[in-house]
Design a protein around this ligand. Sequence first.
Ligand code: GLN
Ligand code: ZN
Length: 753
Amino acid sequence: MSNIIGFPRIGQNRELKKALEAFWANKIPQSELESVAKALRAKHWALQKDLEYVCVNDFSYYDNVLDLAYALNAKPARFASLSGLEGYFAMARGSKEGVACEMTKWFNTNYHYVVPELSIDDAYKADASNIIAQYNEAKVLGYKPKIALIGVFTFLALSKITKGAPEEIFKKVKSAYFDLIDELITKLGKGIVIEFSEPIFVKGFDAGIFGLECSKGGSTIECIYNNMTEKGVKAIVSTFFEHSNELTEVLLKTSIHGIGLDFIHGAKNKDALESIAKSDKVLYAGVIDGRNIWVADLESKLALLDSIAHVVPKDRIVPSSSCSLLHVPFGKADEGKIEGEILSWLSFASEKITELLVLEDLFKSGGSAESKKFLESNKQINATRKSSTKTNNKAVRDRVKANTLTKRAQDFKARIKIQREELGYPDLATTTIGSFPQTPELRALRQNYKKGAINKAEYEKGIKEYITDCVRFQEEIGLDVLVHGEPERNDMVEYFGEQLEGFVFSQNGWVQSYGSRCVKPPIIFGDVSRPKPMTLEWSQFAQSLTSKIMKGMLTGPVTILNWSFVRDDLSRAEVCEQIALGIADEIDDLQKGGIRIIQVDEAAFKEGYPLRSENIKNYEAYALKCFKLSTAVAESKTQIHTHMCYSEFNDIIKTIEAMDADVISIETARSGNELLKVFKSVGYTNEVGPGVYDIHSPRIPSVEEIKTQIKALLEVLPKEQLWINPDCGLKTRKWEEVKPSLKNMVEATRAFR
Ligand code: GLN
Ligand code: ZN
């Protein structure tokens, strides 16, 4: 027996995405969407048939947290008139009745869930029909189903309260949640298996703060999960993405059947083994990485399982995925273009199931002849991966070791004096974050070039025209520091990954980001280096068009790391250092090539923060080091900007300060000057460009509105320290929106000058 926590639902060829988008566009009826979904479930269950159970209810039309909210009728009042799929999608995407619910990142993954809104006015009411239908679907096909359900603590912790006292609301939600379980039991019978996902427990989250009453004494967790058993559920409670030692202890006191722990991203879970051994719980041991795409080293996985079995009896151990396989692509069968050797190192969701089955067989009974053969070939694959020149580039390793250039030559005070003289920009200098609108024509141009439908000269002509238009427009409205507009880039990480050694791109390696949206993260398989300049030509071309300062535009090492699938045979810190040195090379080429301001975007710096506070120090240390490694090469007169797409800096301001960028642009447009105050409070001296308007909305901000915003900023920081810019890149906007918005921004700034 082995186990997975969930399987990716988007489909081998993103069938769900296509069906959803066709349904939203009224091109197919609901019945057709439903039959696509049903076929996908059947296909995914067939792959799981040899596991202990097949996962039911891991499927979702949009998001599992939303599914649960909907099943509890936790529906915001603005959508009260809507029901069925219409109400469901309205919550996810908005409708004429009101705006969509917020979305946010699911723990430290790039998956986004829909944030439930809870109000004391809600009439919670359980409806398990959807889960029941899927369960029966699996039964009819002859499978043994296990229901995947978000645990009530995680659900509550991730929800947002819009009205009322938390304790009252939680009481109501809890009771609806129990009704949901009761309905499942009534319809499906006692003994049903439910795997409750409680990733919130890895935060050492104290369930007691909910103030849920517990009639029988003990903690709320004990109370709720004991209740599940009493109701007749065979309950497994799983935590993942980190260790959950504090709350594992509590779970072990309950009467649940099994506990799932992540031994890949929470190695410290091992500390709980003694207690597990003393309990009667089955341990679902997460040993196959659900967050990464590398072939498992079965020998070391076996050793890990054996070490666990040293403490916990073997017959109470079920090898499992570390988390849902939602975070990896469907399967690698369609990856025709990745070089054979590298392809052999990869393992997507379908392959991970096979790994689990083989591992289980080897672990439990020494393994069939077939499993042993699999193990042998797996050893081979891992051996070649280890020794391959593709993963080991001596020059890169030596350079990382030998590098001593770790910070800029002079401190900010000295640098800014030189920069102000050299660059001569005014106080409240105006600029943008980098990209200009990505028009359909532009996308077509890039695609046609990629497909070979147009040649290099035609492609470059198109890009140059776009850049020229951007420069002319920026000059016309009088911006101080210009950008080239990034027309050559499809994505801020992919563009660099494609030009760096050590990266490979899958053709079909899609991972759900939210709803029907998928991303195809770059895969870092080997040592990273930069064979030749990546942005120099375009930046130089753009600079040649104007006497104003042209800002070079790069993606930072931490962001490249955080948005990729990273090799697991080298520490993330080392991989990041390699990328950093590649970016340093680029910065050096740019400054030598006449580019005087260079922006190093770190959009994903914050999202790399670990879930547990004890790991933050390590992350901050290497992330900071790598940003500095990449920018250390900049001469004092070269001005380094960075950009971060968020606003909450309270916890990380010291690290931001230590990054020592000459200028940082941030997102504050949606919060007035509140978020800027933290910069003042720590005595931040470097220059700051707080976004003065929100680019995420198509609305055009008026001159007055921007003036009000600038006034608010000036209440916090002096004019000498402030830049004026939008709060993020403009690629998702239309020219009709961008042109008047930027014009108004410049006009508002002039009024202050
Ligand atoms: N320079 C990038 C752009 O403007 C930054 C994108 C981002 O912050 N996500 O598109
Ligand atoms: Zn941004």
